[in-house]
Write a protein that binds this ligand. Structure first.
Ligand SMILES: C[S@@+](CC[C@H](N)C(=O)[O-])C[C@H]1O[C@@H](n2cnc3c(N)ncnc32)[C@H](O)[C@@H]1O
Length: 201
């Protein structure tokens, strides 16, 4: 390994530690779940992958359901960005972190219709690193109503032989007639694929 790549690796580790310290400090104020402080953008390469996948779609309007602190949706180059999360504590922290840029909404997927005008298409809808807690029926009930107004959907699928702590390992069978798979990507060491679906409506 060259000196350059060792220096880069050391810097990445340091950056990850600094970001964790900062988010743990922020947590004292906003009281969000410790997961968010333990897994900042600089420590979890999957987040940069999802940003890259979304930006390649050149969305004008992007929505992330289960956005946490907004580390993914906040980096997407879209004129309109909506971050939605069921936990009001992360939404309050996201509003603070992103200084009012973007829309940060406390709610679940079923609030999208009241947020985004019906005539507007969602160019990119992101749901990553939490849908493994939903049953396939629950996931389908959440996603299918949004598809007629969505162009691209980015999700993660836990590997079939992934850890049992991930409750549901989705095969997205319910999308088979509604969307086609456009790409599948991975980051090393993460037991999941990141799938971009393009809707067929
Ligand atoms: C592990 S975090 C991931 C955050 C973000 N997607 C990321 O990868 O950085 C999962 C987030 O999903 C949120 N969440 C879980 N169930 C949800 C639901 N039904 N609707 C909206 N958000 C939900 C949690 O509150 C949490 O902030």
């Amino acid at each position: 390994m060259s000196h350059g790549s060792i220096a880069l690796q050391n810097w990445s580790r340091l950056r990850c530690r600094i970001d964790r310290l900062w988010l743990h400090a922020l947590r004292l104020f906003f009281r969000f779940d410790p997961w968010h402080a333990a897994a900042p953008y600089s420590c979890r390469p999957y987040k940069a992958l999802v940003v890259e996948l979304a930006n390649a779609l050149q969305p004008s309007l992007a929505v992330e359901i289960g956005c946490g602190l907004g580390e993914i949706i906040g980096r997407i180059n879209a004129a309109d960005r909506f971050g939605v999360d069921a936990d009001h504590r992360v939404i309050r922290a996201a509003r603070f972190l992103h200084c009012g840029r973007g829309f940060w909404i406390h709610g679940e997927g079923n609030c999208i219709d009241s947020l985004v005008a019906p005539e507007c298409k969602i160019d990119c809808l992101i749901m990553v690193n939490w849908i493994h807690s939903l049953s396939p029926e629950h996931l389908s009930d959440l996603v299918v109503p949004l598809l007629p107004r969505t162009r691209f959907l980015i999700v993660d699928a836990i590997d079939a032989d992934g850890p049992s702590s991930y409750r549901h390992k989705h095969d997205f069978e319910f999308l088979s007639k509604l969307a086609r798979m456009r790409s599948v990507s991975r980051v090393p060491g993460d037991p999941r694929r990141f799938i971009v679906f393009e809707t067929v409506n």
